[in-house]
Design a protein around this ligand. Sequence first.
Ligand code: SF4
Length: 915
Amino acid sequence: MADTVTPHVFASTLKTFKTAAGRQGRYWSLPELTKQFPNIAKLPVSIRIVLESVLRNCDGQKVAAEHVEQLANWQPNAERTEEIPFVVTRVVLQDFTGVPLLADLAAMRSTAKRLDKSPKTIEPLVPVDLVVDHSVMVDHYGTPQALDLNMKLEFSRNKERYQFMKWGMQAFDTFGVTPPGFGIVHQVNLEYLARGVYKAADDKAEVATWYPDSLVGTDSHTTMINGVGVVGWGVGGIEAEAAMLGQPVYFLTPDVVGFELTGQLREGVTATDLVLYVTQILRQEKVVGKFVEFFGPGAASIPVPDRATIGNMAPEYGATMGFFPVDEKTIAYFRGTGRTDEEIERLEAYYKAQGLFGMPAPGALNYTKTVKLDLSTVTPSLAGPKRPQDRIDLGHLAGRFTELYSKPNEANGFNQPADKLAVRHDIALEGKKVSIGNGDVLIAAITSCTNTSNPSVLLAAGLLAKKAVEAGLTVKPHVKTSLAPGSRIVTDYLQKTKLLPYLEKLGFYLAGYGCTTCIGNAGDLAPEINDVITNNNLVCAAVLSGNRNFEARIHPNLKANFLASPPLVVAFAIAGNVTVDLMSQPVGKGTGGKDVYLGDIWPSAAEVDDLLRYAMDAQAFRRNYEQIAANPGELWNSIKGVQGEVYDWPTSTYIAEPPFFEGFGMQPKAAEAGVTGARIMALFGDSITTDHISPAGAIKESSPAGQWLKAHGVGKADFNSYGSRRGNHEVMMRGTFANVRIKNLMLPAGADGSREEGGLTLFQPGGEKMYIYDAAMKYIDQGVPTVIFAGEEYGTGSSRDWAAKGTQLLGIKAVVARSFERIHRANLVGMGVLPLQFLGTDSWQGLNLKGDEKIDVLIPGELKPQREDVKLVIERADGSRQEVAVRLRIDTPIEVEYYKHGGILPFVLRQLLQG
Ligand code: SF4
């Protein structure tokens, strides 16, 4: 950190503050800076927190005085051309993204050693916390042993990764791990890792300097922490790596959309319903790349767990953040979750001293634009079946599903003959006859950080389960039920309130403390169920309390995935089919064959409120999180890690030294920007997600990754998921574009208009159909570069560095799209792949591309951000040529440097080794 650098241009802004107990601290005072820049007084709170970081770290090198001036003079509506160098307080990682990042750090150390430099030069400069949450799968469910059995399987599948993490814990001074079985990274962050304000570690002054918490995380839903007034968002692993190695996170000065909340939620409406409304509204407002800041009386009235639920889904509404300022509710949350009195006092005193405490009133601050929502207008909702922003009123779900069943794929439908909708098929399941049909709920999962951090909806699920059991309702036999909370605190209060046994009675036994279904770790369905779905092309459903429902994310055979509150998840497990209209039809038949309606079992707000005190037990939080150090569990203790500063890379199908530093030298190779004579690897439509590009879920046996694993002695049962194998580039390269639902539109349409799915391409010239990986290797062998064409929102979905790393390793030099998701675009540049954007209404369809063309990308002169004079030259099979201008989406000067260095990793390594 640059706190002690002198002379500081704004040294006069270093002031002292005092806590209620009389403790003193120093701080870089924004009120003092306001004397020079009066504009600050009306800046959004989130911008002022970033400004504090810029001010504090202003060292004339990474952060210049101009950066302070520029941000202090932020205007609500201005052209955004300047980038902000933001030095964050800490970094959080989940294990899927954290392991490859640790592998990159380890590779940097190995490279340093090979160059006779000190490996210790590579060391995180800010605290890094990795929470192991993504690896637990729901193999076992519906029994009291499910947690134990799933954890044992998790450890047996992931031993090599966990050994590697243990190496990281001893090799790096500032790298901590929360072992499996404690919870989900964002919930653990909210409940435990976030400590309020932080002290400068290298500050030798008698009175220490304090500053706000801020962070980046290698998971899109890092924004959940915005609920406690922490500025932070998800970045790709490569940017997080740079952040932990002392580089600022660079981002374009954002617009800030103010979101005014008024009124109160109505009886029976949950925080999940609210966040689905917010997501739908903000998607329409197009907030990509913007901060959203909540304010007004409605925002002040909602508790932190509801704020965190809203912050969580920022990636779904497209914003960089969904931020709530620190106020009394934040203090109450810190108190209820066991933070120390000293931490709480300091948090309050600091924010008050900075003039940043309290929920802003309407009109108090300047925003780029203001959006409003009266909370009383929110109604019970779900979202789906394919996108989180497609909110559906509960009462319209049955109709919507029926309508989409026979609509064409292009209209988001399932393209099935309407007369097949009601056809049912009998199968034998564990010796019993079970009937399966379209719309059947086959997975009902209380999962995900979005909702399981929120006691109001978890208690509502428990209360609904209690009433349902008492009414004699049961869950349909075809439903795979699971409860996977984001922290052990959830089961603690479900036990104290005596609600857990009712959830269990309905099959919602604890399956794990982790992401499970939310990340595609739902585990498989019974083979009989898989068969009946695939043999009859059934459109079956999952209902989950998560935030993502893209195709094939939840389960490869479930095409309709609905996001819903935990009580609705339980209700749909009972109803068993999404065509049951829960607003007018019974949920099921109870004791004596009596019809039971949702209204009969839905808990009242008063019933939920009455139990909330059990969920805010400071002692319980402290006791729980002390266990991370004191008692991480036998399974974790039994893992033995490699010792030493440098990893010795034992043979493993999980961890391998990544090839990103092969041939590394202290000087970047001089290469011309642009691409010559490229072949087209794929033509994609809109909304290609990072999960399409680099799936996290199951590995198909016949796929290139499956074949490679088999050739290396790994049986199908031990394939594990792509996500868990992100420490091995051999698997991940083969998994790139291997999503079973991805459609490469180069492949001709079938007679019914449908498209072949899976990671296939037509190798050119000649058009031989093969896996994208196989084609990529052939093109690389022949020295032929490749490009991808896509539609809108390319790279949407969870931040996934392998989506860019895999693209690079397949030899793809450029992606030309109608628009890009923020993190994925940055990651492409970070891996040295050119993102290019069509201008105006141009598209590959409009250009009539077939896939057999040759492509050049011409960038005349010097490489500069956001140029619009980059030329795409298309040479068609008949020899004709066409030129089209596209925008270079290298957005900032630092990205130009990354690209010139062949990516951010070589850039950072050169800086560190030179330094
Ligand atoms: S959004 Fe889902 S996958 Fe991501 S951290 Fe939360 S629970 Fe895990």
